[in-house]
Design a binder for this molecule. Structure first.
Ligand code: ZN
Length: 228
């Protein structure tokens, strides 16, 4: 074992078929994550620890809520940590959906090559800010509205989606359909609707999909204040 590798203990905790694949700038961050998770669960194991959509993605083999919330915190921290050098950074992207967290120095060479800060290049909503639509670091609050062909509208608001970033649908769309009284979709139509919602929410806070039963509109909203 290479004892100079700060990630050696983490690499020893990956199940067969999994992998640790993180950029140099995140090695300290990821080593700290592993230390914290071992304290919560000495038997912690991972399927994957890698980069996804510019941020850290760790997939533990456990349903331990404390573990998942700790991972969520470190994943959020990765969006503020340069993946090249570890300095404070911000999410950059290009219009084709390729993302990297860079500090200003490390980003300099990529400016003019289609990359810029995410609010400049791929939308007005910085994925860092999706946090404000979540009460617990997992669920993502939204208002779901169906407008049927005859103009009737129905809305429901709940934490139907998953925080990400980028936000993802998870099992939330079935619950939206159940709550809005919509007919069950076959798998092809369901996956197409979920893909359309996720691609729109990757760069914004609203998504609209056309369904056989009408137009479904998803708008991210801040969670209700406790006690309100
Ligand atoms: Zn840097």
């Amino acid at each position: 074992m290479n004892t100079d590798d700060p990630l050696a203990p983490l690499r020893a905790s990956v199940v067969p078929g999994g992998a640790v694949h993180v950029p140099r700038g995140w090695v300290v961050l990821v080593a700290e994550l592993h230390d914290e998770l071992v304290a919560l669960d000495p038997t912690i194991a991972y399927r994957w620890v890698k980069e996804s959509y510019g941020g850290l993605w760790a997939d533990p083999v456990t349903d331990n809520r404390e573990v998942r919330l700790a991972i969520r915190r470190f994943e959020q921290a990765s969006y503020r940590t340069c993946s090249v050098c570890g300095s404070p950074g911000a999410l950059h992207g290009n219009p084709r959906g390729r993302y990297r967290v860079w500090c200003p120095d490390c980003a300099a060479g990529w400016r003019g090559r289609g990359y810029g800060l995410v609010p400049e290049t791929v939308g007005t909503d910085n994925p860092h800010a999706y946090d404000r639509y979540s009460a617990d670091g997992e669920g993502l609050w939204c208002e779901a509205t169906i407008t049927t062909a005859d103009g009737e509208t129905r809305s429901r608001t709940s934490d139907y989606l998953c925080l990400g970033p980028p936000p993802w649908v998870g099992c939330g769309l079935e619950q939206v359909f159940a709550d809005l009284g919509l007919p069950y979709l076959d798998d092809d139509a369901y996956c197409a609707a979920a893909d359309a919602i996720e691609s729109q929410l990757a760069t914004g806070t609203t998504a609209t999909v056309e369904l056989a039963s009408g137009e479904l509109r998803i708008v991210l909203v801040e969670p209700p204040k406790v006690g309100a």
